[in-house]
Design a protein around this ligand. Sequence first.
Ligand SMILES: [Zn+2]
Length: 337
Amino acid sequence: MAGNKSIASHHEVRRLPVSFDRDGSEISVAVHTIKGSRPGPTLSVFGPQHGDEWFTVRALYEVVRDLIGEDLAGTVNIVPVSNPPALRDGTRVTQVSADEPDMNRAWGGSNTWIANQLTSVLTSEVVAGSDVLVDLHLGPWGSAFGAVCHGNDFADDALNARSRQLCHAFGYPVVGALNVTGAFPGPRSLAGFAGATLGIPTVLVEIGGGGFSEEVTTAWISTIVRGVRNLAIAMGILDGEPVLPQRVLTYTTTRRVNPRIGGLLIPARSGRQLGDEVRAGELLGTVVCPQTYVERERLTSPCDGWLLYTAVSYLLRPGDWAFGVIDADGAHWSTHE
Ligand SMILES: [Zn+2]
């Protein structure tokens, strides 16, 4: 795809130098830029900051292919892998022996850990020149999520409103309003830093996961491709009509139903879909010892609501992603705004 010569737009891949590791290998991060022939705003899309959340790399491959050759008014930047060292290691964290190991808690810092240098280079080269960001998360093997989220606690109310509007414009039927700076993922996450420090809104995309059937995987990828396209339309970068859902579930609170005890996860029933209704006390899965088959833990929903994330049968450590429930308290369905 590199060097694609389109009349309508220009596709360029740059590799931003970051540092050299102790073995002498270079640390760098690649950025695709698709620049339209007409001026306009800039949308920047970030793939895994967490190296075990690789599902979205494939989704962004399709996003790049989808946008090349389109007649854009403005620019779309795509960073397929925001954290190449963590992707190489298959780990969430960038550098185990660092006191800022998690890249999505390292934005805006002054230290020289690899995560700090990655965020510093991406801030000056990509984030600072952007009008809107998309930050893709989750999708380690065996776990799948279904939501898009936005910051709702910035000091600037206009930024909260713009973040919410853009999140709905993405066109996914489940939207979370998060206290991004005050609670999760915090002021030094990309979304927290870009909003609070630079005044740039972020759409947090948590759709899909690895290790599921080709059929659902393809549907999740199409949803992400369509969402980025919808956002580009909302920003005036792309012409066309957005494809939006009939109804949207808006929520503020989620409940993690992750194990306290490691072992083999056995889902209570197969075929449960993201967004399915669940009841308080409903059994979602059990964790058994992989050797004795003794039942270690029953994972039940703590509230009425809808399934935010789910998992296949896989081997868990304590705290790993199993099931998550959108709390019906504070959530509501509405027709699209
Ligand atoms: Zn993540």
